[in-house]
Design a protein around this ligand. Structure first.
Ligand SMILES: NC(=O)c1ccc[n+]([C@@H]2O[C@H](COP(=O)([O-])OP(=O)(O)OC[C@H]3O[C@@H](n4cnc5c(N)ncnc54)[C@H](O)[C@@H]3O)[C@@H](O)[C@H]2O)c1
Ligand SMILES: [Zn+2]
Ligand SMILES: [Zn+2]
Length: 318
């Protein structure tokens, strides 16, 4: 409807037709089983990203296939699948190079398509049904449906949040024994923290100003940096590690970042980068924002591809 104005509406059952009116012979229709509200949806809600009027929100879907187009070879009716939030074709140069976030065939205006965004007119999945145009390429079927349903709330994180946090860690060069600073204790930050635990980071420090979120990560064994404190972040890091540096940092805040100390409630878009300059090293930030020391691409929606790509390929035995 518009910024701060969303409502539940009844839509027709989707057809296997693209937003530009072509037949989606390689597409499938899913009945949604689970979905999430993402921090990115909140940017749209608050009017920070444009969205077409009447668009269905949502890009984090898990669903059961109930219809497939004539050209679908491997995905079957009845498959329970995770859907990545970028729409991509699997055929263009960018997709072949695994840059599925900048697919060249799914949006006439710009090389990037996504469900529930102003990116190609693809309807989102916070609804009963979703049309996925390239089913064999875009859907990740769970091998054992009953087993998957037992953990469906966890597996729902596979569509966007978990791979985003994990990809951030990989891009930042986190590895066994690393000390890691994670900016943001939202779902992406908490998934990055879980990923850091999985790969054997020696110390995981999560920063936020939200007390409840900090308590969650603390209860999971992470160290915390409280941005409402007047103690500067490097001092808080030193109190934890005995030194003011970490091996790598991941920005899990993106758009709408807040400052720290007396500025903790005010928006400062560069706050995360500025905070990280000392603990992760200034030269690498200045010269290359996507350096191995610091990743700042979460809000650019470029993240899930690496993890999902690997996982999907392995899953199919390719
Ligand atoms: N694929 C992708 O690229 C992708 C996927 C998911 C989310 N995102 C983006 O990632 C970001 C995080 O997503 P989320 O769902 O966890 O959002 P969220 O809004 O739930 O969490 C963000 C957290 O960051 C905290 N924060 C604000 N300023 C901070 C600062 N300077 N330092 C540390 N913490 C600070 C907030 O208090 C909040 O708890 C959003 O911008 C979202 O759009 C990108
Ligand atoms: Zn998302
Ligand atoms: Zn493509």
């Amino acid at each position: 409807m518009g910024p701060m104005k969303m409502e539940l509406q009844t839509f027709d059952y989707p057809k296997l037709i693209t937003p530009t009116g072509k037949k989606a012979e390689h597409g499938a229709i899913l009945k949604i089983v689970t979905t999430n509200i993402c921090g990115s949806d909140q940017h749209i809600y608050r009017g920070r990203f444009a969205a077409p009027k009447g668009m269905v929100m949502g890009h984090e879907m898990t669903g059961e296939v109930i219809e497939v187009g004539k050209g679908v070879e491997y995905i079957k009716v009845g498959d329970l699948c995770s859907v990545p939030f970028n729409v991509s074709c699997g055929r263009c140069r960018n997709c072949k190079e695994r840059h599925t976030d900048v697919c060249m065939n799914v949006n006439d205006a710009v090389d990037c398509g996504a469900y529930g965004f102003n990116l190609g007119g693809w309807q989102g999945g916070q609804s009963d049904y979703l049309m996925v145009p390239y089913a064999d390429w875009n859907l990740l079927p769970f091998p054992d449906k009953d087993q998957a349903m037992e953990k469906i709330r966890d597996l729902t994180l596979l569509s966007d949040i978990l791979p985003t946090g994990f990809h951030g860690l990989m891009e930042a060069g986190a590895r066994v024994g690393s000390t890691v600073y994670i900016a943001g204790a939202g779902p992406v930050g908490r998934c990055a923290a879980a990923g850091a635990r999985l790969i054997g980071a020696s110390c995981i420090i999560v920063a936020d100003s939200n007390r409840e979120r900090l308590d969650l990560v603390k209860n999971n064994g992470c160290e915390i940096v409280d941005l409402t404190s007047d103690t500067p972040v490097p001092d808080q890091i030193e109190a934890i590690l005995g030194k003011r540096e970490v091996d790598c940092g991941v920005d899990c805040v993106g758009l709408e970042a807040h400052g720290s100390g007396p500025e903790a409630n005010n928006e400062h878009s560069e706050a995360v980068i500025n905070t990280l300059i000392q603990p992760v090293g200034a030269p690498s930030i200045v010269s290359n924002l996507r350096s191995r020391w610091l990743l700042r691409c979460l809000a650019s929606h470029a993240c899930p591809r690496a993890f999902r790509g690997d996982w999907t390929s392995n899953h199919r035995g390719l």
